[in-house]
Write a protein that binds this ligand. Structure first.
Ligand code: GLY
Length: 405
């Protein structure tokens, strides 16, 4: 393992008022969980790695509930993504242990608790039956339960629950602890963290060569990874044909607190589609109960609205009436990095030297372990692993070129 490159002022050849670092092997733009895991795994493979972010460890992970919901969030037409999601879910126990050892953060809240997806009315029930059929066609473990069986598992459920799917393989992790652990692991592995925003991608001779930060510093690297979540489509200097088609999808999330006297309030994640909106309740071992999430196409807006909070509480209350007794401790909104096909963009772009790890949409927390693995393999060998090939960013550049032809 190398030690990190320190003293980035050395070798300055930048333009007036700026500083140019000596080059690293890898420069990661973005310090959310995807950027952090990429940097950590790259450094573990011996690559001199720099990560740039004004607030590393922040981003969507500070809002996300942390469901690892490969099976309960399955959608028609997303069977290829399912393979990636399942592979990452399977990686989680070992990944959590490795991360604990590397970071000193003993517990990232990985909890193998399972999930119960329930239905309140005839439409919900039909929707859940369709989901069950799709899950079975995909060979997934999911058991249909009557309303009574659901309440036997989770006594706080409303009497109106008419049935549900028991999915024992969909677990949870605490994304805030995950982010903190990844940041500590990066620091431990010698990743140089630059607390500034990437302002412009630097290119030379049709190749990405680094980035200029908003403090005027220029960082050079052999390989650049753009992993800036929903901001990934906005970096200046990225040629239009490789700019990732990523957009922000707002999610409002509530945090409640379950007093000890009420425990166990819920023993597993409970979720439903109520009047067409997803609602989920994720109980943590420390008493936190996370309720999410809205899904809103409102650009960069992160306002918590009365309507958003109302709808989440209304729908959650229909599932679990007892939530109205609990202290409401936090309301927050974050931005998922949505992509045109709801799947991530992983791998090299048509601009040599520039890779993407973005567009994880609803699956960023779930896909963190696998993203770290595939990006590290790409960065060390130059080859994108087989499992990630369907998610190459080039699937969009090709389509665009054809539509312009
Ligand atoms: N995966 C949960 C969400 O995006 O709301």
């Amino acid at each position: 393992m190398h030690s990190s490159r320190k003293g980035s002022d050395a070798g300055s050849t930048g333009s007036t008022g700026s500083t140019r670092s000596a080059g690293s092997d890898v420069l990661v733009i973005g310090g959310g969980i995807i950027g952090l895991v990429t940097a950590w795994r790259a450094a573990r493979h011996g690559l001199r790695t720099v990560l740039a972010d004004p607030a590393p460890g922040g981003g969507a992970a500070q809002v996300a509930a942390g469901m690892l919901a490969a099976v309960t969030e399955l959608h028609y037409g997303e069977e290829t993504l399912l393979g990636l999601n399942l592979a990452s879910a399977a990686r989680y126990p070992e990944f959590a242990a490795e991360l604990a050892e590397a970071s000193g953060v003993a517990d990232i809240g990985y909890r193998a608790c399972g999930t119960l997806a329930v239905a309140l009315d005839a439409d919900d029930r039909l929707h859940l039956r369709e989901l069950h059929a799709l899950q079975r066609r995909c060979g997934l473990e999911s058991e249909w339960l009557t309303g009574r069986e659901c309440r036997r598992l989770e006594p706080m459920l409303a009497p109106s629950v008419r049935g549900g799917l028991r999915v024992d393989g969909d677990h949870q992790v605490d994304p805030r602890r995950l982010a903190a652990a990844l940041l500590a692991a990066c620091e431990g592995a010698g990743v140089e963290i630059r607390r500034a925003a990437a302002e412009r991608l630097l290119t030379a001779a049709d190749r990405a060569v680094g980035v200029r930060l908003d403090d005027g510093t220029e960082l050079r690297a052999d390989q650049v990874v753009l992993a800036a979540g929903s901001l990934s489509g906005r970096l200046a200097g990225v040629p239009p044909h490789v700019l990732p088609p990523v957009r922000p999808v707002k999610g409002q999330v509530l945090r409640l607190s379950v007093p000890r006297a009420y425990a166990p309030f819920l023993s597993r994640t409970v979720r439903a589609v109520v009047r067409g909106s997803h609602v989920y309740l994720v109980p943590r071992e420390n008493g936190e109960l996370v309720i999410g999430a809205t899904s809103e196409e409102l650009g960069w807006d992160t306002t918590v609205t009365a309507g958003g909070v109302y709808e989440l509480l209304r729908d959650a209350h229909e599932l679990v009436p007892g939530i109205t007794e609990l202290p409401l401790t936090e309301t927050r909104a974050g931005l998922r990095p949505g992509s045109p096909d709801n799947a991530p963009l992983l791998g090299p772009t048509d601009l040599p030297g520039l890779h993407l790890a973005t567009g994880h949409y609803r699956n960023g927390v779930l896909l963190t372990p696998l993203t770290g693995d595939v990006m590290a393999q790409l960065l060390t060998t130059g080859t994108l692993p087989e499992i990630a090939r369907p998610f190459t960013p080039r699937r969009f550049s090709t389509a665009r070129q054809e539509s312009y032809a």
